[in-house]
Design a protein around this ligand. Sequence first.
Ligand code: DX5
Ligand code: ZN
Length: 221
Amino acid sequence: MKRTAQIAPSLLAADFGNLDKDVKMVDESQAFWHHIDVMDGVFVPNISYGMPVIKAIRKVAQKPLDVHLMIVQPDRYIETFADLGVDNLTVHYEACTHLHRTLQAIRNSGMKAGIALNPHTPVSLLEHSLEGADLICVMSVNPGFGGQSFIENTYEKIRELRSMIDSKGVKTLIEIDGGVTPDNTAKLVEAGADVLVAGSSVFRSQDPRATIARMAATEVY
Ligand code: DX5
Ligand code: ZN
């Protein structure tokens, strides 16, 4: 069967001085979602942007907002993100003591719920959480920064997660985040990825819209 992946450009690599221009470019491209990285300087050693910027993006963006929270105690802000018009809210497995409750709260507030896994966290820990999640974000770099190199053992994690999802018959999407480029797209789709987040490989390319199109058109049989 022919398979492709959906592309979610990461606005972390966009031009913050002309954010509306880059948001429009993504809207006019073949991208699926806008990926938005929120970092608190505690869960990860970097601070990105927060609510006022998401509010500004929401005003312009046509496509769904896929928000990746790299923050401690994400429960504090679930309602705030829902009110901002966020579509998918992803929390880190490593940041949630009561993950089941957090996922329920996200769904109850009308958003899709995602779980992100750091590179060292095994996918087997999600065995009893897949039904409660709409997407699993497998980090293929250590979270906190754009432009890092892809960690190769991610393929094995994707294959394992794909078979867990398929054998349970759930619809949970597999999203890969970090170091994704047109060069590893086919291999990621082949391993079982559904959504590919791409920051620098899109925004640092000569023609970002064409790069998104090229990745979205990568077919695997
Ligand atoms: C990293 C972020 C990523 C980042 C990806 O912590 O979660 O979404 O923007 O950037 P690239 O594609 O440049 O690795
Ligand atoms: Zn991300």
